[in-house]
Design a protein around this ligand. Structure first.
Ligand code: ATP
Length: 953
């Protein structure tokens, strides 16, 4: 590799378009790598131009440089950049289309491959598909370099440790003659040592430069002290972007948030304040995410509000600011993330919006995670301690009176840099001090209360109850197929956090637990009376969601003279009003939905005379809101049919409610039922959406009569998991269909069946003579059977269809079709699943059970409901619980039998006076379920059920 300086400089110009090296050290590294007689270790600041240090030598050397990089997105950016420079580079990864993969392998297998750089993730190194190729390249001596980018990932002391990086030592051993180059921006001394050891670098030439970047201005703002943090952030953005006025183009910036929700809300707030901002997080569809990134890269969007999964592969020169809305998990991470700013060397700002509450939460999550790891491995590790130390360093950076640059430099083992006013402390120490004093007076209480017994690192592992890993800092959370598997999804983490954080805080404060699982509101929570736990099981999150629904509805109806704040405060007040009036979570949610529906029915700009949200006229709703469902994480009804269904366990009784157009409607129903609507539930959408909390936007289609369709959102407290024990279900409604809607023409029905996604089955047919005019011949219809079969496979069964009769006279006319051979075929399928059912119902004098997913046409509960819908729901929840575990009923049959029983009671009672029936039904149900609760086995249950069936007949 004898290449002269002139050749190198010419190549720099020719291939990369640079006249000079960015720095002397960059030049030195390139020369050392080109020389190729030694391994090289490079630790240079973010944006220093490390990539060129291996890319240029790779272009000059014969053969292929194998580059290990942690993220497919990062790799993709590098490859795209190189390709744009006409440098043959590619990547092999799990996302590669088969055709491209073949071409690459063909080139690699040829006698003289054209490729100069081949990028792979550490996981790919060991993959069976790539291993033979790698061995072949090694054997034929075609590898020019082994490059390990982001080499700190190899170290357990590093802030982004990746276990698969440890495999690289072995890889290194397989190519002894190939020079190795390791690069990082964030390696304190211990990490540096780890890198050298793990990669078995042989007496490497080390190029280590201080982390100090004089063009970055660092400061910290205490978020809790701000009257309006968003306005403050907005001003910061304006100020930072103004820095760019003298340079070529308009700058841009990044706001990092820890959660997807905050990404959404910060982006929304900024947009409202007049800055073009877009969210970017793993909960978005790939297309939306790519669009956000592209628009930001092209300067169409000035601010990207992202989780930390954004940015690692992004090399944008004119990032004028990086704001952290939440703390980073360590000072090293913060340095790397904030280092996305000012890569063109021009002045840029890096700010943290520090919040003591945020700190507490992170502190808790980090320690919990460590506790979990300890529990798993049964021992303590020094690296556990380092995780805490690193986070403490992050906090210290925010809360100490010291130069920010100095704090960072010291953390990385560098000397004190010459800050020269490039941080808030060096610029105005008095201001920093004043902020700290005010901040500490705010948090004195918390500190005084936190004198707790401490474990090995100042905490007791038991205190945190173990739990699963992760606390919102997975850089590799974007469906990195090559990446380390087994990460929890966000919702699990959130759920754990909700419960454990609250418990932890309560323990610290020496309080008794007021409500299991109640997560206190964030500081910037817009709700009024947000900490109130007056409604059992209603979470702050659900209230926030409801508030957003109200806001969304109101934005579309803003009057010309309304300001944004008017609308927000109207939404806040309306929410509070409904919160105060509601006694249960269900009623609260229903009231919100009704209000939203009312608002939407009102024409834009109209709010009724009193200016209150939601006057109820019949003006057709038109969604003029700029804040669409999509932005909120919802999918429009029009997209529903293309969505993959989420499977609900039988216990997840999805709810329906509809207006009962009868004068005797109970007050409770009145409260919960939106006008003239019936709702069919829809299923939660595609897989990647499942990692968001379930409560966000489980969508339902509302239809009024046959024609009108709207979108509403089912609000559930199931915001943390996909299935719940039944007793945790809150929104539990049965569908109510007015009697007059029962007879629906068959053709119409079929269309509806095709159109409507169904989650529950129904109870059809009649239990009284008037109501059972004809057993449903349609279930003999082959097309219907086809539908049924499909649905039985796909659909969770929630409420069965009872076809036929339960009174003796009715039972005497058995549905002939049950003996039809095709029907038998259908039954055989059922029999496998439901032997008891078939046995019991196949005989001529028995009622026959089939499944019918068509919930729209026929009533679950006939016209006069003897118990309220809510009561019916409560009954299901309370009494079926003993037969419910791990998201499922013990058997489908159990559930069906119950449904049959319940519907019988309800239907039977429908001909009597309402109050009397209600009382009777309740007594019966109670009696029955007292017995049910004494059932110790399924046999007991079957016995009881038979007894009951006997009585009924
Ligand atoms: N010699 C050079 N002259 C001008 N610009 C350069 C030169 N070398 C690199 N750059 C530019 O500097 C920017 C930062 O380079 P690079 O992405 O390699 O940084 P890095 O050190 O890898 O940063 P990080 O650790 O944050 O990823 C890029 O836009 C790159 O094109």
């Amino acid at each position: 590799m004898m290449t002269t300086t002139t050749t190198i400089t010419q190549a720099l110009k020719m291939h990369f378009g640079f006249d000079n090296f960015r720095s002397k050290i960059q030049e030195d590294v390139v020369k050392a790598v080109v020389k190729g007689d030694k391994d090289v270790f490079v630790c240079m600041p973010t944006g220093a131009g490390k990539s060129l240090c291996y890319q240029l030598p790779a272009v000059l050397a014969p053969g292929i440089a194998l580059v290990i990089s942690p993220l497919i997105a990062l790799i993709q950016d590098q490859v795209d950049h190189l390709k744009s420079l006409n440098i043959p580079a590619c990547s092999i990864n799990s996302k590669l289309p088969a055709g491209e993969r073949r071409l690459i392998f063909a080139d690699l297998g040829s006698s003289s491959p054209k490729l100069k750089l081949l990028y792979i993730t550490p996981e790919m190194v060991a993959s069976p598909s790539f291993k033979p190729c790698l061995t072949d390249l090694c054997t034929r001596g075609l590898l020019s370099y082994l490059v390990v980018d982001e080499a700190h990932c190899v170290s357990q002391w590093g802030h982004d440790f990746r276990p698969d990086y440890l495999k690289l030592g072995k890889l290194r051993a397989r190519m002894p003659g190939v020079p190795c180059l390791a690069l990082t921006a964030t390696a304190p001394k211990n990490v540096q040592e780890d890198i050298v050891l793990s990669l078995t670098l042989r007496t490497p030439l080390s190029f280590i430069t201080p982390v100090f970047r004089s063009n970055l201005h660092y400061d910290v703002i205490f978020r809790e002290m701000l009257p309006n943090p968003f306005v403050h952030l907005h001003a910061f953005i304006q100020q930072s972007l103004a820095l760019d006025s003298g340079s070529k183009g308009q700058g841009c910036g990044i706001v990092y948030c820890r959660t997807r929700d905050s990404c959404e809300s910060v982006a929304h707030q900024l947009t409202k304040l007049g800055v073009s901002a877009k969210p970017y997080h793993a909960g978005l569809k790939t297309g939306d995410r790519t669009e956000s990134q592209n628009e930001w890269m092209q300067g169409k969007v000035l601010v990207i509000v992202a989780t930390i999964s954004f940015g690692m592969g992004v090399d944008k020169a004119n990032v004028r600011f990086v704001a952290h809305w939440n703390l980073a998990k360590s000072l090293a991470s913060y340095y790397q993330e904030s280092g996305r700013a000012g890569r063109d060397g021009l002045p840029s700002s890096c700010r943290i919006y520090y919040s003591a509450k945020d700190k507490e939460q992170l502190n808790f999550l980090i320690r919990k995670e460590i506790s979990r790891k300890q529990g798993k491995r049964g021992s303590l590790k020094e690296t556990d301690k380092a995780t805490i130390t690193d986070f403490d360093a992050m906090v210290a950076y925010c809360v100490q009176e010291a130069c920010r640059h100095t704090t960072i430099s010291k953390f990385f083992g560098n000397k004190t840099p010459n800050c020269a006013g490039a941080c808030d402390f060096c610029r105005n120490p008095k201001l920093v001090r004043a902020q700290l004093e005010k901040g500490s007076s705010l948090s004195t209480k918390t500190k005084a209360q936190s004198s707790q017994p401490s474990g090995p690192f100042g905490f007791l592992p038991g205190f945190y109850e173990g739990g699963k890993k992760g606390y919102g800092f997975e850089r590799f959370d974007e469906g990195e197929e090559d990446a380390e598997g087994g990460e929890d999804d966000g919702s699990t983490r959130k759920k754990e956090f909700s419960n454990l954080y609250k418990k932890q805080m309560t323990m610290r404060k020496g309080m008794t637990v007021r409500r299991e699982g109640f997560v206190p509101p964030d500081d910037d929570c817009q709700l009024r009376d947000a900490s109130s736990q007056k409604i059992p099981r209603l979470t702050v999150k659900t209230r926030m969601h409801c508030l957003s629904l109200l806001k969304e509805a109101l934005y579309g109806h803003q009057r010309a003279d309304d300001t944004f704040n008017d609308t927000v405060s109207l939404a806040v007040n309306t929410e509070l009003d409904l919160f105060e009036k509601s006694k249960s979570s269900n009623l609260y949610k229903a009231a919100i939905l009704k209000k939203v529906s009312d608002i939407k029915k009102t024409g834009p700009g109209e709010r009724g005379d009193d200016g209150k949200a939601g006057s109820s006229d019949s003006t057709e709703y038109s969604s003029s809101s700029s804040f669409t469902e999509k932005q909120q994480g919802f999918t429009s009804a029009s997209e529903i049919h293309s969505m993959k269904r989420k499977r609900f366990g039988a216990g997840n009784i999805l709810q329906y409610f509809a207006k009962k157009d009868t004068p005797e409607k109970s007050q409770q129903e009145e409260e919960v039922v939106p006008d003239n609507t019936s709702i069919s539930p829809n299923t939660v959408e595609d897989d990647h959406e499942l990692d968001r909390p379930l409560f966000i936007g489980d969508e339902m289609e509302i239809s009024s009569g046959e024609e009108r369709k709207e979108e509403v959102i089912l609000i559930s407290d199931n915001d943390e998991e996909e299935t719940h024990p039944i007793d945790t279900l809150e929104v539990t409604w049965f569908q109510y269909i007015p009697a007059e809607d029962i007879a629906t023409p068959a053709g119409q029905k079929e269309t509806q069946e095709e159109d409507k996604p169904i989650l529950i089955e129904e109870v059809t047919g009649e239990v009284t003579s008037q109501k059972a005019p004809s057993p449903p011949a349609k279930s003999c219809d082959p097309s219907e059977r086809g539908r049924k079969e499909t649905q039985e496979e796909e659909e969770p069964i929630l409420i069965e269809e009872v076809t036929g009769e339960v009174t003796s006279q009715k039972a005497s006319s058995p549905p002939a079709k049950s003996c039809d051979s095709s029907e038998r075929g259908q039954k055989e399928t059922q029999e496998e699943e439901e032997p008891a059912l078939t046995e019991e119902h196949c005989g001529p004098s028995e009622k026959r059970v089939t499944f019918n997913p068509n919930v729209q046409e026929r009533p679950l509960i006939p016209a006069n409901v003897p118990v309220t819908l809510k009561e019916a729901a409560d009954i299901v929840v309370r009494y079926l619980n003993p037969f419910y575990s791990k998201g499922k009923f013990a058997t489908k049959e159990l559930f069906k039998s119950f449904a049959r029983f319940l519907s019988h009671l309800l239907t039977e009672g429908s001909s009597k006076g309402k109050d009397q029936v209600k009382a009777e039904a309740q007594t019966l149900i109670k009696k029955f379920f007292i017995k049910v609760q004494h059932c110790k086995s399924e046999a007991d249950w079957t016995h009881l059920r038979k007894l009951h069936d006997g009585k009924r007949k």
